[in-house]
Design a protein around this ligand. Structure first.
Ligand code: DGI
Ligand code: FE
Ligand code: FE
Length: 199
């Protein structure tokens, strides 16, 4: 199953057929659908907010490339390429796939675009001072068509108002949710939150 692409999405879906095939082999069906849906949503947001549409599509397509790997192999790729991780990252499995994904794009897929790699690296935590592409990927991951969590309708409205407004809503949602669950909040998430939620 795949989302129905429209406009440039049809073109990019064909252009990146090899990545699509590769992801289909690598990911669970659910995660595969999610990846295509995030690509579609990132493209939509890129068009709306004047970002490079092809980069947005590709970042969306590949952002969770390592998500279904064994946790140990996610750590292994970081190790193999000499990436140091901080204590919170080390203790939080969910954060590994974003760091591993960025390394995978660069080292295994040969993607050289630093903006795409950075967008993948920060798609889970966010960070302060995010580029347009980084914000678009972070938000597309929240609002892709198959997402279904309490509050998703409000997030979809927020993302059509402005990126700043949506980033604010997404970061408040994340920080509140992690706090309620008693989970550690990464410094990058906290810095993103503090930057945008001033009072
Ligand atoms: O990979 P996806 O499921 O599509 O989405 P994602 O990469 O944005 O991961 C979302 C999860 O990451 C969600 O359960 C919240 C968690 N997360 C994001 N920032 C932090 C975090 N978890 C912890 N413990 N600390 C964070 O700062
Ligand atoms: Fe992810
Ligand atoms: Fe995702």
């Amino acid at each position: 199953m795949e989302p129905i692409f429209v406009g440039k999405g049809i073109e990019y879906r064909i252009e990146f057929e090899n990545y699509v095939k590769f992801l289909k082999e690598r990911l669970t069906p659910k995660r595969f659908y999610h990846s295509l849906a995030v690509a579609k949503e990132a493209l939509r947001l890129a068009e709306k907010y004047g970002c490079d549409t092809k980069k947005a599509f590709l970042a969306g397509l590949l952002h969770d490339v390592c998500k279904d790997d064994e946790p140990n192999s996610q750590l292994q790729i970081l190790n193999d390429f000499g990436i140091m991780i901080d204590t919170v990252t080390k203790n939080t499995r969910k954060l590994w796939h974003a760091r591993a994904g960025a390394v995978y794009l660069k080292e295994k897929l040969g993607i050289e675009d630093a903006e795409i790699i950075s967008a993948v690296q920060y798609h889970t935590t966010a960070k302060a001072n995010m580029s347009l592409l980084e914000q678009i990927l972070y938000l597309a991951d929240f609002t892709s068509e198959e997402r279904d969590y309490p509050g998703v309708d409000d997030m979809r409205k927020a993302v059509d108002i402005s990126l700043e407004h949506a980033m604010r809503e997404a970061l408040i949602f994340t920080v509140v949710d992690l706090t309620e669950k008693g989970m550690a909040i990464h410094n990058d998430t906290m810095e993103a939150y503090r930057e945008i939620v001033k009072n």
